[in-house]
Design a binder for this molecule. Structure first.
Ligand code: GLY
Ligand code: MN
Ligand code: MN
Length: 438
């Protein structure tokens, strides 16, 4: 059996279980359609419903849909409008077509006619802001119980999903190397961004998220995506957090570079990189992701102490909340069909949630680590003045050292990890860079 055949069998089984548990006979999974800007007729880039691309690797076919009745063959309604304004979406022959009943339609009325009374009994999954879909008499729209059930089980990736994530990482790593070269060539943030896209023949809307391309102080702005159009007089440091997609699956990679190959900032980049790699060695089934987050905090706290940004032991720096001022975001998140993939707070498939810890409000993943999960590990250390304000009078903070770091922004290193048995994990990101270097 091919890996895709096994994947769609798994998706089907997961839908069977979710529909049974929540009392539905069928689901109608609408791909969605682009929204237009206010008082305008220009569409925003189309982002397909993740639950649609979970079934089939089709990401560019608005108004298409999948109808799945428990135990039956899925029906894919491929929307191919008769429209001389736009190029037709080309759907090449592909393996997924062997596993579904394919119905090509040129209007949504044909879908309702095909389904007849079955529409009234179905759970509609997707956006329904536009007619005629908005007025369809379905049994429920996006029922929480069904979505929670599906989201909980999506955390364990199939082999086919991991293959796609591998390719997404290959693409992103290739683009990262082009961006790195552009940084060392003294290019502007916008030029670096263009070099990234050109390296993999991407248009911007194909990226899984707005790339973060920050020179110097901009490295400290966690979601910086402004892109200066002229290069600074001196490019001291470069933080790039940028991904790629393949068959709808996402890569999410961060690297930080120092222009100088030695000295203070180069050493800090190396220290964070070492701390990230040390944490990778602690990942194994049964460990709580929350504990990994705390363990990474202690390692960052040790760096804060070693580099004399903060005085005290790693434990005291963590306990007093200082490490959260320098490392304010979560250790990472699930990744897959969505860059921040779903289900990180779910305790079970009935929708119960883990309690959030107010100490770590931005941590998106609280589940125990399990074989087959894929998540990012992305520690950082930055000078974020807004967060340091709360500690303005703390005698433990060494402002002279912090002022030295401020012109460099900060450091983040981010890889994606596939959890294997007993710590036998796959690092999708470092493996992708290694393949390019060979
Ligand atoms: N690129 C967003 C993140 O790392 O979560
Ligand atoms: Mn991330
Ligand atoms: Mn990222």
């Amino acid at each position: 059996m091919s890996s895709y055949a096994a994947h769609i069998a798994t998706v089907q089984a997961r839908f069977d279980a979710a529909l049974t548990a929540t009392g539905f006979d069928s689901a109608f999974i609408y791909a969605g359609q682009p929204r237009v800007a206010f008082l305008d007729d220009n569409p925003a880039p189309f982002k397909v419903n993740p639950l649609f691309k979970y079934w089939i690797p089709v990401t560019d076919s608005p108004k298409s849909a999948i109808f799945y009745e428990r135990g039956a063959r899925p029906v894919v309604f491929l929307f191919q409008p008769r429209d001389f304004w736009h190029a037709a979406v080309k759907i090449a022959p592909a393996e997924w077509q062997e596993h579904v009943e394919l119905v090509v339609v040129d209007s949504l009325e044909k879908v309702t006619r095909y389904l007849g009374d079955k529409l009234k009994a179905t759970a509609f999954l997707g956006e329904h802001f536009a007619e005629p879909v908005a007025s369809w008499p379905v049994r429920a729209h996006n029922p929480d119980a069904l979505i929670d059930h599906l989201h909980f089980h999506r955390a364990i990736k199939t082999d086919w999903e991991v293959e796609n994530l591998r390719v997404a990482n290959d693409r992103a790593a290739k683009a990262h190397l082009a961006a790195k070269d552009a940084f060392f060539a003294g290019k502007s943030e916008l030029e670096i961004h263009h070099a990234y896209l050109a390296a993999i023949n991407f248009r911007e809307s194909e990226l899984p998220y707005n790339s973060i391309v920050g020179l110097n102080e901009h490295g400290a702005i966690l979601h910086y995506d402004v892109y200066e159009t002229s290069a600074p007089r001196e490019s001291r440091s470069f933080l790039i957090d940028a991904g790629a997609t393949y068959r709808g699956y996402c890569a999410d990679i961060t690297r930080t570079y120092s222009r100088e190959q030695s000295g203070f900032f180069a050493e800090l980049v190396e220290a964070v990189d070492n701390a990230q790699q040390a944490l990778l060695g602690e990942i194994e089934p049964g460990v709580d992701y929350y504990q990994l987050h705390v363990s990474q905090h202690l390692k960052i706290a040790q760096i804060l102490s070693d580099f004399e940004f903060v005085r005290g032991s790693a434990e005291s720096i963590y306990e007093q909340g200082f490490s959260s001022a320098f490392f304010p975001h979560g250790l990472g998140h699930f990744i897959g069909l969505q860059v921040h993939d779903v289900g990180g707070f779910l305790r079970n498939d009935r929708g119960d949630q883990f309690d959030r810890d107010p100490r770590h409000p931005f941590l998106r993943l609280l589940r125990p680590v399990e074989e087959g999960q894929v998540f990012t590990i992305e520690p950082g250390l930055y000078v974020v003045d807004q967060l340091l304000e709360a500690h303005a009078n703390a005698k433990e903070l060494n402002w002279q050292r912090i002022d030295e770091l401020r012109p460099y922004g900060g450091v983040r290193i981010e890889d994606s990890i596939v959890v294997g048995k007993a710590g036998n994990n796959e690092n999708l990101t470092r493996d992708a860079f290694a393949r390019l270097e060979n």
